[in-house]
Design a protein around this ligand. Structure first.
Ligand SMILES: Nc1ncnc2c1ncn2[C@@H]1O[C@H](COP(=O)(O)OP(=O)(O)OP(=O)(O)O)[C@@H](O)[C@H]1O
Length: 213
């Protein structure tokens, strides 16, 4: 029996058994305010894009849910249900444990550098979209619903900035941990220094925007 675990604005997420394996089915549904033909096209394009990003991660050895099946009629991706906990939970449960936070920061920075190396921008990085596998403690990236292909420094910097905003608002006093992520990222990334310089620009823009209101 499929169990609904999330009803979002664009997708329903179910937990179910897929031929004996714990799986997630992510079904994108129509948006009533869009023209039906256009909507069908956009919805199926997003499904394909999400699945493609998952495949590319798999090929590159980046830990992300394995894709089991794509139902292009029902716009549903069946994928591996990651057994573990979110980085959000790990940080909340381990509050004050600086060694744990440092270790996580290195894993996150490395994973994002690897992702950007294959020219994928995640688009929705939060500590809820980062999992830790129970069995191996490996860092797993999930929710590629807003992901896309790009090798632009700006896009990579914005990806990090989105995570920074999510990080600092979800985990108070986590500046040092985020710095650790950036340090690990710069060490491993293809254009780490340029992305870091751009990140400073993006932050400045963000600050100006929030001053203007
Ligand atoms: N492969 C997975 N393994 C474990 N949990 C998952 C997996 N995929 C999704 N989830 C859980 O379901 C929640 C919602 O999934 P997801 O973030 O992919 O959908 P969404 O945010 O509704 O979609 P989108 O951002 O693409 O519109 C996640 O936060 C996570 O808790």
């Amino acid at each position: 029996m499929a169990q609904l675990i999330q009803q979002g604005a664009e997708a329903k997420v179910f937990a179910l058994d897929f031929y004996g394996r714990p799986a997630i089915a992510k079904e994108r549904f129509a948006k009533t305010y869009r023209h039906p033909t256009l909507d069908k096209k956009l919805t199926s394009r997003r499904v394909v894009q999400e699945a493609r990003c998952l495949f590319r991660c798999q090929q590159a050895g980046i830990d992300a849910p394995a894709v089991y099946h794509i139902d292009d009629v029902r716009n549903t991706i069946y994928m591996e249900h990651i057994q573990g906990r979110t980085v959000k939970r790990a940080l909340v449960d381990g509050e004050g444990d600086t060694a744990l936070a440092e270790q996580l920061a290195i894993k996150i920075g490395k994973a994002l550098a690897a992702l950007h190396r294959i020219q994928i921008i995640h688009g929705d990085l939060t500590t809820s979209n980062l999992y830790l596998r129970e069995s191996t403690d490996s860092l797993v990236l999930i929710d590629f619903g807003l992901s896309y292909h790009s090798n632009l420094i700006e896009d990579k910097a914005v990806d990090l900035y989105v995570l920074e905003r999510a990080f600092l608002s979800t985990h108070p006093n986590s500046e040092a941990t985020f710095d650790g992520i950036v340090r690990a990222y710069v060490k491993q990334a293809q254009d780490g220094k340029q992305v870091l310089a751009k990140l400073e620009d993006v932050r400045l823009r963000g600050r100006k925007r929030s001053m203007v209101g």
